[in-house]
Design a protein around this ligand. Structure first.
Ligand code: TRP
Ligand code: ZN
Length: 878
């Protein structure tokens, strides 16, 4: 292509320690919407091994307005330094010195969600990964750690609240209606953990007493009026504080912990030291405006950011290639926490489902990368499901391999060795090795090799010998830049079910291993011979989703039905249901060689739905059909229409075939859901099952369609209200239009609730380019709000039938929007760019249409390096 200056990747292998260190940072912000003055007073010193003549190269660049720079108190003249596109270079500096740098920035004009910007008139920051360089010239890299003092000056009237990291050390009034606050953070930190917030905010306070008896002041800051929606976040935070002490012996270290909710935020939330900043959608909750899923998500994200205080802040990353060091580990910690608070099996089913649908797709697409990438153009593109969620699975495998006790010892070792440092994933494995004695050399491949391993299992039963042999073979398909893969090291959890449904005691080389055991897989091919197996068993494989691999086994329909009835591991039991639906869907579209007896599946599902001894949340999951993106996974080329026909046919067959059970179960659930709204796991499970059943019944029974409409109108909680909306939007009906109109009338002043309204429509079966265009012109849409961009464009581009419409208008719309958004928020634009990931697997007509748009994007002037990186990889020209 004719891109003149193609952005260049940076490589992990080129890592070098910083030439200069910055032990102390003094910042002063004079806040003003359009002209904020930032004074940065730095103490610098040359690093060991840095040659004497090494220039000081700070990140910043010619778009950041430099007012003045002084070295050891003396003002530098322009011929003493150089400013390039991305650096301020001072060629001649002593061994130790101070720099005073004054910059001027325009927060009001900053729509990027990075650096210092304004949201609803409030000032806030987002520095991770590389936002600090938009505020002042600095060594913007995580291995430069400093002690920060921050003075904030602002208008007392409009900015009564002035916050930064650490402890408040001084505050007071100044002339001209101004006031100030000075914050000191005693812990050294990289600049990506710096935060500043200033505005007119309401506050909700609480406190927590740590295990050593210190009282921590908790404060949550929100837009005035939202104070009543903070209790759930507070409860979640206090549970997380206690949990981290109980499970990992980790106590909070500052005297106060603050959370700020902001409306405009690129990601979910950010773990800035002592001052977490959250997307308001992940703080605010009450029964009327938040769904059960929102409540659960808030609980886990509040915990996640809090847990970062140790895994991420006290021990941080040496460089951004190590991102999974803090993210994989912290996701794993928040998952353990959520499992302890809710149903562990259902929690695990959600995790496994997410990995399979989202992460496996990423792993088999153009942006496939290992959890620790070897190169990047734009680090923002690597905040991925692979780094976060597969990263968590990798940590989980370590815990499975060495056991929870040694794992906790490994975590203790990690802090003993590396507290206060910026380290690598090898350092983490070293701590685990020292605590457990396990050799992690082969395990390290999980960090370096991309792609999803395939674990193929065969079973050979010998009636005479009463033995059952499991033959396990692993392989991994090539990914971009990695043709050959070496065998992975992982635990494969298994059980064997007898024909009567009981669990067979596992005996291997005369050793009794109970009824569930972890096989350690490390060779390309391994055999395990189980003795004392008298009848041919049905293997239950990859129990509890013990490794992020694709499990292949040639299950017959009968074997899957057997697992669905008897498996004691709910994750593999759920998986059996998924396999059955996949088989049925391809059989209904004549995709498979053998016709599947769908009637048997219907009967089994009916039994399961009506089985009130099973967790309602589990039954709701079983009833939820896999999304189209999962169904097309095995197709080449992809045929969404056919997958959709099969899926829709199966849902209707299931609805009709289980009608009586559905109606009966629905009727039984209703009374138990009356009364005050509760977020106890059992109650949430019942609501989920009730609403899933409602979706089935609505499609075959007009009475239930009417009931869905009246649920929308009469609901007293958002879970039911939104569930009804999500069902209605798939039907072309006056009631649907009426429901949408009523929603807007009722909720137009609540941006978070309006997000649901946009999302439901953009994700619906009726979504189209013209609908999206109308929605984008809705007065409550805001193209500068990242949440709004996500719920409209990202939802649409993840809605295959609409996005991949064969006239190409979906591709064109998203390409146009992406180019437009890229001009002010390249982070969100690059995220939208990943929606084209199926390009190589499309039929020739769609592929051509998509290619035209992709080439148009890479050739459009001034496109950001982040978008360039994703799109050029999608096109396959590296
Ligand atoms: N570190 C954040 C987390 O807890 C992620 C994050 C917040 C982020 N804001 C961001 C990532 C902006 C990229 C850009 O996972
Ligand atoms: Zn995180």
């Amino acid at each position: 292509m004719t891109q003149i200056l193609q952005p260049q990747p940076i490589f992990l292998k080129d890592y070098q320690s910083p030439d200069y260190l910055i032990p102390r940072v003094n910042l002063e912000f004079n806040l003003d919407s359009e002209q904020t003055i930032v004074r940065s007073n730095l103490s610098l010193k040359r690093n060991q091994n840095t040659p004497e003549n090494a220039p000081l190269v700070l990140n910043g660049g010619d778009k950041l307005l430099l007012v003045e720079v002084k070295l050891n108190g003396l003002k530098l003249e322009p011929n003493n330094y150089k400013i390039t596109e991305s650096n301020l270079i001072i060629p001649d500096v002593p061994q130790a010195f101070t720099l005073e740098i004054t910059t001027k920035i325009n927060p009001a004009a900053n729509q990027s969600g990075s650096g210092l910007y304004q949201s609803n008139g409030n000032f806030c920051t987002q520095m991770e990964p590389e936002g600090f360089r938009r505020v002042t010239f600095f060594l913007d890299r995580p291995d430069v750690m400093s002690i920060y003092t921050t003075k904030i000056i602002g208008d007392k009237n409009t900015l009564p609240i002035l916050l930064s990291n650490g402890n408040l050390s001084a505050e007071g009034d100044l002339e001209g209606g101004l006031h100030y606050a000075t914050w000191q953070d005693p812990f050294p930190k990289p600049c990506y953990l710096f935060a500043l917030v200033a505005g007119n905010l309401g506050v909700v306070r609480d406190s927590f007493v740590t295990k050593s008896g210190r009282e921590i002041a908790i404060a949550i800051y929100v837009d005035p009026g939202n104070e009543t929606r903070c209790q759930h976040a507070i409860n979640s935070l206090k549970k997380a504080m206690k949990w981290d002490e109980d499970v990992f012996n980790l106590e909070y270290d500052l005297d106060q912990f603050m959370i700020v909710a902001v409306n405009d935020f690129n990601a979910g939330a950010m773990e800035n030291k002592g001052l977490n900043i959250f997307n308001a959608s992940l703080v605010l909750a009450d029964p009327q405006t938040a769904t059960d899923d929102n409540f659960l998500r808030i609980e886990s994200v509040v915990a996640h950011e809090f847990f970062h205080n140790w895994t991420g802040n006290r021990v941080t990353c040496r460089d951004w290639f190590q991102l999974t060091l803090k993210e994989g580990l912290t996701v794993f910690r928040d998952q353990l926490f959520s499992a302890d608070l809710n149903s562990p099996a259902v929690q695990r089913i959600h995790e496994a489902k997410f990995i399979k649908i989202v992460q496996f797709a990423e792993d088999s697409g153009p942006n496939s990368h290992p959890i620790r990438p070897q190169s990047y153009i734009e680090i923002n593109n690597f905040y991925t499901s692979t780094v976060y969620d597969k990263g968590s699975e990798v940590i989980r495998m370590i815990q499975t391999l060495i056991g929870p006790k040694l794992f906790a010892a490994g975590i203790a070792k990690y802090f003993e060795l590396y507290d206060g440092q910026a380290v690598t994933t090898e350092d983490f494995l070293n701590a685990m090795h020292l605590a457990s004695g396990l050799d992690f050399t082969q395990f390290q491949r999980w960090y370096d090799q991309a792609g999803t391993p395939i674990c193929a299992v065969e079973l050979v039963f010998d009636q005479e010998q009463a033995t059952c042999e499991l033959i396990v073979e692993q392989s991994c398909p090539p990914t971009p830049g990695q043709e050959e893969k070496l065998p992975f090291y992982f635990p494969l959890s298994i059980g064997l079910l007898a024909p009567d449904g009981s669990e067979i005691p596992l005996v291997l080389s005369n050793q009794s291993l109970g009824t569930t055991t972890n096989l350690v897989i490390k060779e390309q091919k391994q055999r395990f011979l189980w003795t004392e197996v008298k009848e041919k068993p049905v293997p239950s494989l990859l129990r509890n989703f013990s490794a992020p691999v694709k499990l292949q086994y040639d299950y017959t329909l009968e074997e899957l039905l057997h697992l669905l009835s008897y498996d004691t591991d709910l994750v593999t039991r759920y998986e059996a249901a998924q396999r059955l639906t996949h088989q049925a869907i391809s059989s209904l579209e004549n995709d498979s060689e053998v016709a599947v007896d769908v009637e048997k599946i219907v009967t089994a599902f009916a039994g399961l739905i009506g089985d009130s001894s099973l967790d309602a949340a589990f039954r709701a999951e079983v009833l939820t059909m896999p999304p189209l993106s999962a169904i097309v996974e095995s197709m080449n080329p992809i045929d969404y229409e056919r997958a959709d026909r099969g899926r829709e046919a199966l849902i209707t067959i299931l609805a009709k075939g289980t009608y009586e059970t559905l109606v009966k179960t629905f009727g039984e659930l209703l009374p138990s859901l009356e009364g005050a709204y509760s977020i106890q796991p059992e109650v949430m499970g019942k609501r989920a099952l009730k609403n899933t059943i409602l979706g089935y019944l609505t499609r075959i029974d007009q009475d239930f369609f009417d009931l869905t409409f009246s649920q929308l109108v009469k609901a007293t909680n958002m879970t039911d209200e939104y569930a009804a909306l999500r069902i209605l939007v798939n039907y072309e009906s006056e009631k649907t239009q009426e429901g949408l109109r009523l929603w807007q009338e009722k909720w137009h002043d609540e941006p978070l609730v309006m997000n649901k309204w946009f999302q439901a429509q953009a994700s619906s079966r009726l979504a189209s380019v013209s609908m999206v265009t109308v929605l984008a012109n809705n007065p409550y849409f805001d193209k500068y709000n990242p949440n709004k961009l996500r719920v409209l464009y990202r939802s649409f581009a993840s809605n295959p039938l609409a996005f991949h419409k064969v006239n190409g208008e979906g591709y064109q719309l998203i390409a146009n929007k992406m180019i437009e958004i890229d001009s002010y928020n390249s982070n969100i634009a690059a995220n939208l760019a990943t929606c084209f990931y199926q390009y190589q697997k499309l039929d020739s007509v769609r592929k051509e249409l998509m290619r035209n748009n992709l080439t148009r994007i890479v050739n459009s002037e001034g496109i950001s390096p982040g978008v360039y990186e994703i799109i050029s990889k999608t096109l396959g020209d590296k």
